[in-house]
Design a protein around this ligand. Structure first.
Ligand code: ASP
Length: 341
């Protein structure tokens, strides 16, 4: 539904292509004193069909509106992060929740994490198979247990104790992912997966939060855990430095403790988030052939969204209510959609 630089989202809302991508570059927090940034996974978007890209953009807009409403109403960044990610998990359009990729055994195993930059409280879950919203369970681990990370059956038992219904693995069945799984199996390689979701937010009270949710990499070994639920690798938030959510081949992000490294650079080297994230993602990871990207936000509202893959779907919204979407290709012209009615 694209015509001459404009298109329709949800059949009714016009979004306009921006003349330049400069609006998405580093931006400072203005009078509208809250920010939410989301990603929908870094990877090779070149093989993704236009209808899927458009569906993902629409799914992203829907989710961002939910997070925006939380922040606009004076809600906490933690709540905005969770609410936005839940929506993305439910959309079935991304490698998270209902759209999670399958392991070698043909079932999804999901990881998620959430972190509060004000208190440094964090919670995560890994290798869960029967949880519709892993990000919510991660939040409960943070708030209702003395632990940070629960995995597999233990995490699911805990979920039951919290009144969360365990869903059947068929809940996660979808034709697209089944085909991706079969193609990858046939090719005997993981293919070009991308679609982890992550959100960082700054609320009106000046607090940061970060969250990430994923089905991991295509055809991963059962039991494999990526960077997303590892605090400091794929997810991190600290009011003293920044909030980060990462996406890409998790093993590189774990070995380089990417999220924590970026925040440590901001804190101790006193560099900007753009410099810190750029050095880690575009230099260090590139040297190691570690593919991926990050979204980073500091307390002043400065944003960095570097990625070293062909794409990383990204959305940014400030208090002015304009959602800026970009990243489905390196030179994608950003589009802007209103966050409110
Ligand atoms: N980082 C995720 C993982 O390795 C996957 C991704 O972001 O695409 O599990």
């Amino acid at each position: 539904m694209r015509h001459n630089g404009s298109m329709k989202i949800n059949g009714s809302i016009r979004i306009m292509a921006l003349a330049s991508s400069s609006l998405l570059a580093a931006s400072s927090q203005a009078a509208d004193n809250f920010v939410l940034v989301a990603h929908g996974g870094a990877g090779d978007y070149s093989k993704m069909t236009p209808p899927i890209i458009e569906a993902r953009r629409e799914g992203m807009v829907k989710a961002i509106r939910v997070g925006y409403a939380v922040l606009a109403g004076g809600g906490a960044s933690l709540d905005a992060v969770e609410a936005t990610i839940r929506e993305l998990e439910d959309s079935g359009l991304y490698d998270a929740g209902r759209g999670a990729y399958y392991t070698k055994e043909g079932v999804p195993e999901m990881d998620a994490a959430i972190m509060d930059g004000r208190t440094l409280q964090a919670g995560s879950v890994a290798s869960v198979k029967r949880i519709a919203n892993p990000i919510h369970l991660a939040r409960l681990v943070m708030e209702k247990t003395p632990h940070v990370l629960l995995v597999a059956e233990g995490a699911e038992e805990f979920a039951k104790s919290q009144g969360i219904e365990l869903v059947s693995p068929y809940y996660f069945y979808n034709e697209r992912e089944w085909k991706r799984f079969q193609d990858a199996q046939q090719a005997k390689q993981a293919g070009d997966g991308h679609g982890t979701v992550g959100v960082v937010a700054l609320d009106k009270a000046g607090n940061l939060a970060a969250g990430t949710s994923t089905g991991g990499t295509v055809l991963k070994m059962p039991g494999r855990v990526g960077d997303s639920p590892i605090i400091g690798a794929g997810t991190y938030a600290n009011n003293d430095s920044c909030a980060v959510s990462a996406t890409g081949t998790g093993e590189f992000f774990m070995r380089n403790v990417v999220a924590s490294d970026i925040c440590a650079r901001v804190r101790y080297l006193n560099v900007t988030v753009q410099q810190a994230a750029g050095d880690v993602v575009m230099k260090e990871l590139v040297e190691q052939k570690g593919d991926g990207g990050v979204i980073v936000l500091d307390r002043r509202g400065n944003i960095a969204t570097p990625f070293n893959t062909t794409g990383m779907m990204t959305a940014i919204v400030h208090g002015d209510g304009k959602i800026k979407l970009s990243g489905w290709s390196k030179n994608a012209e950003p589009v802007v959609v209103p966050a409110g009615p």
